[in-house]
Design a protein around this ligand. Sequence first.
Ligand code: 5GP
Ligand code: MG
Ligand code: MG
Length: 180
Amino acid sequence: MRNDIEKVLISTEEIEEKCKEIGAQLTKEYEGKFPLAIGVLKGALPFMADVLRHTEIHLEMDFMDVSSYGGEMRSSGEVKIVKDLDTKVEGRDLLIIEDIIDSGLTLSYLVDLFKYRKANSIKIVTLLDKPEGRTVDIKADVVGFNVPNEFVVGYGLDYQEKYRNLPYIGVLKPQVYGGV
Ligand code: 5GP
Ligand code: MG
Ligand code: MG
């Protein structure tokens, strides 16, 4: 598996350090509150586990699985709910946890949905941001790392459902995509 990686963009140590930092920040921001942390499956799973481990507040966790009708490397904006939340959103302080924001279409769909469901507040935390990919106007409140407009894998992010278990963020060798 590791032989398929062309280069490591963000190391395990850098991710660990960032999770500690963001965890401490969230602890301050949600002091005295009881937020609902929403992990967007499947990509956000490792980041959610690691970042929330570094918070020291009471919180609730839930998961949402959405899939885009687009191809596997780009989303189309037409979002389908594969698994909805078990928890009622009305009046809650929501902390959406994402792996990466590219076009922003997935998140803007979720934000609209949670506004419609009358959330009290919505904050977005994403491990990675690809600002160059944006087609809708949406910004995360907390961004771990900006990445260039390249397809990245690892630490939750997949290519054809593989590579999610890599402990770092990397770029695949072109031959893995069946190119060169
Ligand atoms: P958006 O709706 O913002 O365009 O894309 C969001 C989703 O597309 C992410 O949650 C992720 O599943 C997928 N995605 C976007 N960019 C990348 C990337 O560079 N690598 C991987 N593996 N998935 C990506
Ligand atoms: Mg995602
Ligand atoms: Mg994917």
